[in-house]
Design a protein around this ligand. Structure first.
Ligand code: SF4
Length: 341
């Protein structure tokens, strides 16, 4: 098996009680087959509650999920923000989703891509702690992956060649954020560029139709709706090189280009990258601010980081990235919306 991961991956450790967010709210928790079996075998009141709460996944009867409460939380989140299953059963009480998050592992044939999801504030802190282009490490072992047909192998090779060529362009890029968006729009695959900075209305309409996963999304949308159309919506920051925007493009390319193997087009991936970066910038420029308790700034205030406190602007960009990821990246439907023509 060949493993690819960004260099920052190994720096992640959950900061648990110092975390300003919870990963137990906003999205349904998928329960893998082994955890489902384990949960079904448990006795006592918690076992009964698990059997009553767990719902079968329509597409796969071996899998299950925990539906959210009316408040949008995991039903096993307690008043102190702790997991009742972890408190009762230790590590075994965690299903695969909970023990891996915010790490993700995508296997295609004999390739596995590994990364952190930017919906976790500590992952965002690590991501923003460096401003050099992301480098990726590749390692290999004797584990066998799933067998692919010759045609599928060719498809995979083709998409990796495309991804790596674009990644090289991004790594060498030194222009402004506006020019970065233009570079993506100028890729030959893209016929209609979705990054018309003069018309943010179309993107706003798309964002308004996403399924709401984060309760703060509506507030951010309201603020975005008050932005003036046109280039004034994009402050001088976009007219200067911004290393974080470049890193975000690399993150999106690494994460989503594999979707081409599963039916997306190159054009879809480029549209998703452009719209995702523009969404983060729109949230940032709208003046939306996370509450003190839910801001990435809390990580420094709680002493969970040994690096210097970033500028208020950088904290706002971190919070905008976190909100984008929590709202968009945990819903396949939302991701597909940003890919669509
Ligand atoms: S969001 Fe990240 S840092 Fe916070 S509790 Fe979850 S995994 Fe840990």
């Amino acid at each position: 098996m060949i493993y690819e991961r960004p260099y920052y991956y190994d720096k992640f450790h959950c900061i648990a009680g110092d975390c300003p967010m919870t990963c137990c709210a906003g999205w349904e928790v998928d329960v893998d087959c082994a955890s489902r079996e384990y949960f079904l075998s448990l006795e006592g009141p918690l076992g009964d509650e698990l059997r009553a709460t767990m719902q079968p996944t329509p597409e796969d009867e071996d899998m299950a999920f925990f539906p959210l409460t009316d408040e949008g939380n995991c039903p096993f989140l307690d008043d102190q923000g702790l997991c009742r299953l972890y408190s009762a059963y230790g590590e075994e009480g965690f299903c695969q989703t909970c023990s891996e998050y915010p790490r993700y592992f995508g296997v295609t044939g004999s390739h596995q891509q590994i990364d952190l999801t930017l919906s976790c504030p500590e992952a965002v802190r690590i991501f923003f702690a460096d401003t050099t282009p992301i480098t990726f490490s590749v390692s290999e072992d004797i584990m066998e992956g799933e067998e692919l047909t010759d045609e599928e192998e060719m498809q995979l090779l083709d998409l990796y060649q495309w991804r790596d060529a674009l990644m090289r362009k991004l790594t060498a890029f030194r222009g402004t954020t506006s020019e970065l968006l233009q570079l993506l729009c100028q890729q030959t695959e893209l016929k209609d560029c979705p990054c018309d900075l003069k018309d943010i209305g179309e993107l706003y309409r798309l964002l308004s139709s996403t399924e709401e996963l984060d309760g703060r999304w509506r507030d951010a949308l309201n603020k975005i709706s008050r932005l003036p159309d046109g280039k004034t919506a994009f402050s001088p920051m976009d007219q200067e090189p911004n290393a974080i925007c470049l890193r975000l493009c690399q993150y999106l390319l690494f994460r989503y280009s594999i979707d081409i193997f599963y039916g997306s087009s190159r054009e879809d991936i480029l549209r998703l990258m452009i719209r995702s970066l523009m969404t983060i910038l729109l949230i940032y420029h709208s003046g939306w601010e996370a509450s003190d308790a839910h801001s990435c700034r809390a990580i420094w205030e709680r002493g969970a980081s040994d690096t210097a406190l970033p500028s208020p602007e950088m904290i706002r960009l971190m919070d905008a990235t976190l909100l984008f990821s929590r709202q968009i990246e945990h819903s396949e439907d939302n991701v597909e919306l940003l890919k669509a023509l």
